[in-house]
Design a protein around this ligand. Structure first.
Ligand SMILES: *Cc1c(COP(=O)(O)O)cnc(C)c1O
Length: 463
């Protein structure tokens, strides 16, 4: 399998190069040149596999340039850090299926991809004899998942900027209590947007980027999407076993369109997905896109589901490439227009095509808390606020024709304040958070200035 950029200037690169490139050098996103087509027989065979085996089979369709035994051992190691024997268990509650993706070390679904990506980076760097300095900004979940993915790994340093005192206390501690020598937490005196801007400017200095071998973790790495495709197959197999239904719907809390795009790839591979339900919070640019063909940036509103407080969904470009019939000239023109006007609109025919696959709803703060409360009353099960948006949208929109699988993207213990507001008590804390508050911390507070961050990097980077 070879990879190409949505913008058409990068073609026929192998998987390993696509992983190291992250963002395509022409400014686009990397995609496989074709999507493998699975037969019903293939699906049957996959549905019988345990998670790590399944991950190996699904990823092997897309990876030709890593020896099978090496890939297998990397996958096995990635998922031994999960605390549930099924890795991503599926449970039936109140008429829906909950796909629990939060049994990794930082209690959010991002671990599923970042545990694997950390091992993959380490493997590729050992092979090439190179090193990498990862630089990223986080509003909470990506930072800790990326840190846990590469902590203690050879040839990699990681620098994560988070807005000082603006992430949840659990999120902050999950980052700052990692004291491995290759992990650098920088609390910037500014906002998440300031952090993103600093990262963007630092990557924009191409000499600096090259000199320090900067690697991106926010950039939308194909390996992250690929690792997420796996659990759509897994959940389908589990739910088919329980219900006998061939077809399923998935409901996905969405911010950057990454997780839901993995579902789209699974569907294109032949997995019988009837609909992908896209749930947003009040930051509803993506539900407006699906429902009205209106993709226009608004102001970011802080909500109870902060990991979805996003206006510019960087991964949407991948889907738009397919919507525009894989025409990179048209796609490039659309992305240029979007970056100058902050707006794209789509025709009635295009909206109809989008709606064949996606249906969407925006779920506000009040509905989020109400959903957590009701679900808890009915089932005793505590949803996190991100998952709750998906449960609400999934129940409202799926129409009851096929089983609905709701992706549970975070453990409720990461967001105790919102949960407490909804059900009047704190969620149970998993063992990995025990003693979190009293652990040793490592974090530098620095000014939200690109030059300050660059000189910090220059002093602490692997060279
Ligand atoms: C990142 C995140 C999301 C959004 O996922 P995307 O791939 O950006 O759409 C949803 N829920 C949680 C808990 C997250 O951390």
């Amino acid at each position: 399998m070879k990879y190409q950029s949505t913008r058409g200037q990068i073609r026929e690169i192998p998987f390993k190069q696509a992983v190291m490139m992250g963002l395509a050098e022409d400014g686009g996103l990397l995609l496989p040149e074709s999507i493998p087509q699975l037969t019903p027989g293939d699906l049957d065979a996959l549905s019988k596999l345990a998670y790590p085996e399944l991950a190996f089979q699904v990823m092997s369709y897309f990876i030709e340039d890593i020896p099978a035994a090496d890939l297998k051992s990397m996958i096995d190691r990635s998922y031994t850090s999960f605390t549930h024997p099924d890795i991503t268990p599926v449970i039936h509650k109140d008429g829906v299926f909950i796909l629990e993706l939060f049994h990794g070390p930082t209690l959010a679904f991002k671990d599923v991809a970042l545990q694997f990506l950390g091992n993959l980076f380490e493997y590729l760097l050992a092979e090439s004899g190179e090193h990498m300095n990862i630089l990223g900004a986080t509003s909470g979940d990506t930072g800790s998942a990326a840190i846990y993915g590469v902590r203690g790994k050879k040839n990699i340093n990681i620098f994560i900027l988070h807005p000082s005192k603006k992430v949840s206390p659990v999120q902050e501690l999950q980052m700052t209590t990692v004291t491995d020598a290759n992990v650098f937490n920088l609390a910037i005196e500014g906002t998440f947007d300031d952090g993103q801007q600093i990262v963007k400017e630092t990557f924009g200095d191409l000499d600096f980027k090259k000199k320090y071998a900067l690697g991106a973790v926010n950039s939308i790495n194909w390996a992250r999407v690929l690792a997420q495709v796996v659990y759509y197959f897994y959940a389908w197999g589990q739910v088919r076993k329980q219900t006998g239904s061939q077809k399923v719907c998935f409901s996905i809390p969405t911010g950057n369109f990454g997780d839901i795009f993995a579902g789209y790839i699974a569907k294109r591979m032949g997995l019988p997905i009837e609909k992908l339900v896209l749930a947003t919070n009040a930051n509803n640019i993506l539900s407006r896109f699906v429902n009205d063909g209106d993709y226009s940036i608004g102001a970011v509103h802080p909500t109870h589901s902060p990991s979805m407080d996003i206006q510019n969904a960087s991964n949407l470009e991948r889907y738009l490439f397919y919507l525009l019939k894989e025409d990179s000239t048209k796609l490039t023109a659309a992305m240029t227009q979007f970056s100058s006007t902050g707006k794209l609109s789509f025709t009635t025919e295009q909206i109809a095509e989008i709606n064949e696959i996606f249906i969407a709803a925006s779920v506000d703060n009040e509905q989020t808390l109400e959903t957590i409360k009701k679900f808890h009353e009915t089932t005793g099960y505590v949803l996190d606020p991100h998952t709750a948006t998906g449960v609400k949208a999934g129940k409202d929109l799926s129409g009851g024709e096929c089983p609905v699988i709701c992706l549970a993207t975070a453990h409720p213990a990461k967001f105790p304040d919102a949960v407490h507001q909804a059900i009047g008590k704190n969620p149970e804390r998993p063992a990995c958070l025990d003693g979190l508050e009293s652990r040793e911390k490592r974090c530098e507070i620095i000014a939200a200035k690109t030059d300050t961050v660059k000189s910090y990097l220059a002093q602490n980077a692997l060279t």
